[in-house]
Design a binder for this molecule. Sequence first.
Ligand code: 5AD
Ligand code: SF4
Length: 365
Amino acid sequence: MNDALTQILSKTAHSREELIQLLSAEPGNETDIILQKGLEVKAAYPGRKVYLRGLIELSNRCAKNCFYCGIRGGNRKVERYTLSDREVLNAAEFAWREGFGSLVIQTGERKSKAFGLHIERLLKAIHQATNHELTITLSCGEQSAETYRRWRQAGAHRYLLRIETTNRELFYQIHPRDRKHDFDTRLQALDLLRQEGYQVGTGVMIGLPGQTLADLADDLLFFKSQDIDMVGMGPYIEHADTPMYPLRLQLWPAAERFRVGLLMIALLRIQMPWINIAASTALETLDPLGRQKGILAGANVVMPNLTPVVDRKKYQLYDNKPNLDKDASLSTVTLNKVIGEIGETINLHQAGDSLHFIRRNRIEK
Ligand code: 5AD
Ligand code: SF4
């Protein structure tokens, strides 16, 4: 099998059948060969460098009810919060001083006019407070073209909107079947974002109940067909206060979800060598070295959490979210050490744009 694997891996693009075969790799040697290839491709293209994005979980208020998510609107047990402007600016200034180069602002999904204006005001205030030296990624859900445009004009550069799974049937098994949770609307949102000039990111969860390796192969092909600029994906992790919790008995063991999560990163790096790929927090939840292992499989982005510690525990998408009380994981000294130890360097004071996006725009011009 190893020879067959090496043979398939010598290609730079893979068919659905080949991706399924690669995703079926056994734990141990076969998996290691694929992860190693992910690292090789990363080293040869973007290089063994990591970008930092300071993550600000601005608000856990959410109008949606995704069946897997701990902060879904229907979960009455969650204490809802929205950070003050001062808290956001403190986090942004910290990221700026430390040379992170970039921020991600994440919220639950809301569509009100007030919410739109709030984000717009914050974008402007952050740029002003940090001498326009930070790039900003938004992860605030499905919005109208008009809202995307206003946020872009106020200084958002990138947008993350995970499709969650590209299997339409499975999508409707993990979301309520209503207008707020519509697969086609979500797909169209990715197009709108592209049209508004964002670097567009998406992603999926790995190891959902009922998900197959063929579904994951389709997810990888989807990223490619959409010519996506960045991807954040990670293992699905159950949360006790969600409708999907009873399905936990059907899940792949956590170690398997983690291993397939790493395989997905490596295979995506091979298919799309220039894109930005995040080592997700969910990986770190399942393995204390998850972040480093993600980077060694081909990821090149990490997102240290800058949300004030008191609010962090209220933004629990899944159980056992790590670093709930750790500010130390933020300091660049610690990050430099951890990342240096695995042979990578942190790119400080850089925008961290997707090289895929830069190259596409150069070609189109
Ligand atoms: N496990 C893993 N990832 C989750 N997300 C939400 N809930 C979970 C969960 N239980 C991810 C979704 C969403 C992102 C913000 O967090 O992919 O898009
Ligand atoms: Fe809301 Fe996002 Fe959670 Fe869905 S995944 S319930 S949109 S925060």
